[in-house]
Design a protein around this ligand. Structure first.
Ligand code: HEC
Length: 242
């Protein structure tokens, strides 16, 4: 019996998860599917700053309205900036052929990106752009070197400059610095915006996560109550046996 419990205990120890990803520390966006206010702000930033180039073709506007506690007429008024209907998916208005001509690569669909790359990767990516005059777009990214995407949030963040450091005789970028006042927001505010966008992208990658979590808690509560009942019942049955 002891052995059985030992085996059970060992089986319950979580196995360390392995995820392929870039080296170097990633920033943690503290994704929270229950933070509706953050998701609502994230949706607003996403349609304003991202949907012009990227689609989220597996996400419907009416599903978003229901999940984010937003009335459908408000979604139609403020979040649908294309000629889409409320039941449509979030398609970009940009023609993929044009996109490829302009950027050299078509902007990928973003519905599942946080599952593919991880939410921490997306968050870090949005905080890793820097000015690079040698690039066609004028921008580069420390996490995604030579990325074809321009720093679309630069009016908010300002102009991040690379900070160089010598390491074993080689000059490398050690980080980025943003001059206060070069953007509309300070750094903490900019990070909050990118957190909301990342949170929203994590939601569209897995819209039922919040439901699943609350259902999970109810199921566990039920099982606990059931265990107690079963135990009491067992005691009742065995009372007379001895
Ligand atoms: C002006 C067009 C444009 C806009 C606007 C834009 N992007 Fe991009 N984005 C691109 C292009 C082009 C790429 C492909 C880059 C490459 O592969 O080099 C890209 C790539 C990405 C990637 C990497 C995807 C991957 O898995 O490789 C992410 C994440 C991303 N964009 C997020 C965003 C977010 C979030 C916004 C809004 C804040 C946004 N983008 C706005 C053009 C754009």
């Amino acid at each position: 019996m002891k052995k059985f419990f030992l085996a059970l205990l060992i089986a319950m120890v979580p196995v360390a998860g392995f995820a392929a990803g870039p080296t170097g520390p990633l920033m943690d966006p503290r994704v929270d599917p229950n933070d509706k206010a953050s998701l609502q702000r994230g949706a607003k930033y996403f349609v304003n700053y991202c949907l012009g180039c990227h689609s989220a073709q597996y996400q419907r506007y009416n599903r978003l309205a229901a999940d984010l506690d937003l009335p459908e007429d408000l979604v139609e008024q403020y979040l649908i900036l294309t000629d889409a209907q409320i039941g449509d998916t979030m398609e970009t208005a940009m023609d993929p052929v044009d996109a490829e001509r302009w950027f050299g690569v078509a902007p990928p669909d973003l519905t599942l990106t946080t599952r593919l790359r991880g939410a921490d990767w997306v968050y870090t990516y949005l905080n890793s752009f820097y000015v690079d005059p040698s690039k066609a777009s004028g921008w580069n990214n420390t996490l995604f070197p030579d990325v074809a995407m321009p720093h679309v949030l630069w009016t908010l963040q300002g102009t991040p400059e690379p900070a160089y450091e010598e390491h074993n005789g080689e000059i490398a970028i050690a980080g980025i610095q943003v001059e206060e006042g070069s953007g509309l927001l300070n750094q903490a505010e900019y990070q909050a915006v990118t957190r909301d966008i990342t949170n929203f992208m994590a939601y569209i990658a897995e819209p039922i996560k919040a439901d699943r979590q609350s259902l999970g808690i109810k199921v566990i509560a039920f099982l606990l109550v059931f265990t107690i009942l079963a135990y009491l019942l067992k005691k009742e049955y065995w009372k007379d046996v001895h």
